[in-house]
Ligand binder design. Structure first.
Ligand code: ADP
Ligand code: ASP
Ligand code: MG
Length: 451
């Protein structure tokens, strides 16, 4: 049995959490590789460091040092502490150097991925020393040392699975076969020039799946702060239930459309090799959690889970008989999706093309659409929209499901702004105004899942 265990920000967020995480890792004796996120709050603070110049570099480093030392103090043995302190200072000085460089030349794109990757370098080091203090033969490995190869736009990279697999067979597999427990930095890989490239916020889940792919794991475990993949975000719907078993398709759609419990790209590497993904709660390890694999139980309910993605905008391009100009549509879509902008839905009518994009990319998108002014009649943006994704395998096979779902929308007085049905066999996606979105999710859950 070979496992990859990924622990999220809250699972390594304090000394107590790190100690629990160490207990969980030690409760198995199969081959294990561990992937970690930064301690919760650290990635945000690294990003803020780039924006906020009011604090001097040593002040930022002091905060990070304090946070990690606090987690280390009761967990790392007296014998290992001096060596840990030395390694921690070495990594902190690397970050200090990077901040100085950034402050000198302000090339944000050049530095943002490297700087925001630093939290994982600190947390992986700390957890590996905690395990070593308990007699586990563990070592910290950065993504560079492990050989996780990535490509793509800054802040939104994807792994090169083949190249990464070739490297991990050489770097990680022999360690695991020799009983060592490597603790690897999540969240980023390195590009062709060896520079850090992050996988987008929440990207350590994806790192876990990439490592699982590369080492041919039997299972990838995602350890987080809730009891598994649930029927809705438990922070939004109090009665949300754990889904014990799901298939890759269901989990993939929900993750893509807002279920933050998994980074949207986590499913793909696992699915390619048929590796099961388990979602478990670090704070309730006895709980069953969720098993995601190639099949889902039969006799399912109409609706299994609802995801919500806020912070979206609908960009509408008007031009008479637009549908008869496929070449123009193609050029518009290409302009919208440049610079790695994600398109969440597209809908056309005779004279309108409606495209859903993240609100924070709207200025950028509109600037690029400027060049179409002479070819189209108008471009309008509707901000503050939210996308709701209702998922159930086989759900769309039954007659009248959409009508039932839209009853819930009407019940709370919301308007459907755009619908995408049929693109996937298992999901029905629609947009509503941001202010009503939570009410729609709650009502849908109440009517068709319960609780
Ligand atoms: P981690 O730091 O462990 O990666 P995240 O905060 O990224 O944790 O993801 C876990 C959070 O995802 C949960 O606390 C929960 O609020 C949220 N979440 C959203 N949708 C779901 C869902 N369908 N099932 C479970 N959790 C969800
Ligand atoms: N630390 C990164 C983030 O906060 C990656 C992760 O936690 O998965 O986005
Ligand atoms: Mg996460």
């Amino acid at each position: 049995m070979r496992k990859v265990m990924k622990f999220g920000g809250t699972s390594v967020g304090s000394g107590t959490a790190m100690s629990r995480t160490a207990d969980i890792i030690m409760s198995y004796d199969c081959q294990r590789a561990v992937v970690v996120s930064a301690m919760s709050g650290v990635t945000n603070s690294l990003i803020e460091m780039m924006e906020d110049r009011s604090k001097e570099v040593p002040e930022h480093l002091n905060w990070l040092r304090g946070k990690h030392l606090d987690a280390a103090k009761d967990n790392i043995s007296k014998e290992l502490m001096p060596q840990y302190l030395e390694d921690l200072e070495y990594r902190l000085s690397g970050l200090g150097h990077l901040i100085h460089l950034y402050r000198q030349d302000e090339d944000r794109i050049m530095y943002q991925d490297a700087m925001s990757s630093w939290g994982e370098r600190l947390s992986s080091l700390t957890l590996s020393y905690i395990l070593r203090s308990r007699g586990v033969d563990s070592l910290a490995l950065t993504s560079e040392e492990a050989g996780i190869i990535a490509s793509g736009p800054p802040g939104n990279g994807g792994a090169d699975l083949q190249a990464t697999e070739a490297n991990l067979r050489r770097t990680l597999v022999p360690l695991m076969e020799n009983g060592k427990v490597p603790i690897i930095t999540g969240y980023y890989g390195c590009d062709a020039r060896g520079r850090p490239l992050t996988f987008g916020r929440g990207g350590s889940d994806y790192s876990g799946a990439v490592v699982g792919y590369g080492v041919d794991a039997d299972e990838v475990e995602i350890w987080t702060d809730v009891d598994g993949f649930m029927s809705a975000d438990p922070r939004v719907v109090k009665g949300a239930r754990t889904i014990v078993e799901m298939d890759y398709g269901e989990a993939g759609e929900l993750a893509y459309f807002g279920a933050k419990v998994l980074h949207p790209r986590t499913i793909e590497p696992a699915k390619r090799k048929g590796v099961a993904v388990l979602v478990k709660n670090t704070f309730n390890p006895q709980g069953e959690g969720t098993r995601i694999h190639s099949t889902s139980p039969t006799g399912k309910d109409m609706l299994r889970s609802v995801a919500l993605k806020t912070g979206l905008s609908i960009v509408k391009v008007y031009s008479s008989e637009l549908v008869y100009q496929p070449e123009l549509i193609a050029r518009i879509l290409e302009a919208i999706s440049a610079n790695g902008v994600t398109i969440y839905a597209v809908s056309t009518s005779l004279s309108t093309l409606a495209v859903v994009v993240p609100s924070d990319s709207v200025d950028d998108v509109c600037e690029r659409l400027g060049k179409f002014r002479s070819e189209v009649e108008a471009i309008k943006v509707k901000g503050d929209a939210a996308l709701i994704c209702a998922v159930g395998d086989g759900m769309l096979d039954s007659c009248g499901v959409s009508a039932k779902i839209f009853t819930a929308v009407a019940d709370v007085g919301a308007n459907v702004e755009l619908i995408s049905e049929g693109a996937s066999d298992i999901a029905l996606n629609f947009m509503v105004g941001g202010s009503k979105a939570v009410d729609v999710v709650k009502r849908l859950h109440e009517l068709y899942i319960g609780g």
